[in-house]
Design a protein around this ligand. Structure first.
Ligand code: NAI
Ligand code: MG
Length: 332
């Protein structure tokens, strides 16, 4: 078994170090292939996603991605490597679960899954500006909408509540978001056991704050899925806890929802739980090792309920200390 590890920038490096150690303990035969991507790589080499990194990700079929820094201004030649990687590997669905953890900081009643379309929408990066007027293309295709919807319905059918809510803004964007909604509904026709609902994205944000326990699976186009999943992470104690897995045609990318967190990078205090839970998703969904995934998730829960946590959760553990505690818990 092989894993392509792309640590990236900032805390991406700190949290992947811990996740790799834990995965290696769980899978002693695992071969780790470390590769670079991100802003530092771009500054040094002129490309944010080197060919060798992409080739390794393809060959390994499993990727652990930390986080990268992307400038919030136009930089000639730079494109976010994670957006490019998802597209290049055709990881068209991003699974972003939020489940309550034993923490006072989070709500106790969360068990939802956001399935985010991962290849199109405003993330295609087609922008133009003459300095006075700027335009971005929002591209939605029936094909991409249907294929992500199939993943979402398949997962909803296997969950206890079997409910799926399609998120859109078709009242303002009837052609693009309307197509997403209609394609999703068409894909759902094959899953009569799943109760389908739809909500405008702004209302979905309101309801997520007011009554998140009412949600089971949410299916969203790329941008709304990105935003709502940070909101869901906030309900659960923060970005340091939010995992994700990008899936599609046989390659999977485990990627915490958070970014490179320049405000805390280099201090050794980043919360590795998001990366560890992403690794657990890789174990469960990609490598079909549910027992190992359960062991990792339950070790994390036990530590958190014992008050062992990083500073974002009010604890005193460093990133590495939390990692060592996970290893010790797994060895018990
Ligand atoms: P961010 O997710 O990096 O940080 C937001 C806030 O959450 C910060 O206060 C940070 O300290 C905190 N935080 C995030 N992860 C944490 C963790 N594991 N432990 C403790 N605290 C944590 O988002 P921000 O600041 O908006 O973006 C920073 C950079 O990250 C930008 O360059 C952005 O483009 C990039 N980014 C990259 C992503 C990726 O590589 N997948 C995703 C999101 C942002
Ligand atoms: Mg995001």
């Amino acid at each position: 078994m092989r894993l392509c590890v792309i640590a990236g920038d900032g805390i991406g490096r700190e949290v992947t170090e811990v996740a790799v150690e834990v995965l290696t303990a769980l899978l002693p035969g695992l071969q780790i292939m470390e590769h670079e991507a991100g802003w530092d790589t771009f500054c040094r080499t002129g490309t944010a996603l080197p060919e060798a990194t992409l080739a390794s990700a393809r060959a390994c079929k499993a990727v652990l991605f930390g986080a990268v820094s992307s400038p919030a201004r136009k930089v000639e030649g730079y494109r976010s490597p994670i957006v490019a990687l998802r597209r290049a590997l055709d990881c068209y669905a991003n699974l972003r679960p939020t489940r309550s953890l034993p923490l006072a900081a989070g709500r106790p009643d969360l068990d939802l899954l956001i399935v985010r379309e991962n290849t199109e929408d405003l993330y295609i990066g087609e922008e133009q500006s003459d300095g006075e007027t700027a335009t971005a293309i929002k591209r939605i295709t029936r094909h991409a909408s249907m294929q992500v919807a199939k993943v979402a319905f398949e997962l909803a059918a296997r969950r206890a509540r079997q409910r799926l809510c399609i998120i859109h803004k078709a009242n303002i964007l009837p052609l693009t978001d309307g197509l997403f909604r209609d394609a999703a509904r068409a894909a759902g026709a094959n899953y009569p056991q799943v109760a389908v609902d739809e909500l405008l994205v702004d209302t979905a944000a309101l309801r997520l704050v007011q009554a998140p326990q009412a949600f089971d699976v949410l299916l969203a186009p790329n941008l709304y899925g990105d935003i709502l999943s940070d909101l869901a992470a906030g309900l659960n104690g923060g970005l340091g806890l939010a995992p994700s897995l990008s899936v599609g045609q046989g390659v999977a990318i485990a990627e915490p929802v958070h970014g490179s967190a320049p405000d805390i990078a280099g201090q050794g205090i980043a919360n590795p739980v998001a990366a560890l839970l992403s690794a657990a998703m890789l174990l469960r969904h990609h490598w079909q090792l549910p027992v190992k995934a359960d062991a990792l998730e339950s070790a994390i829960r036990q530590l958190l309920s014992a008050g062992i946590a990083t500073a974002d959760l009010g604890g005193t553990a460093s990133t590495r200390a939390f990692g060592r505690a996970v290893l010790a818990q797994l060895a018990r």
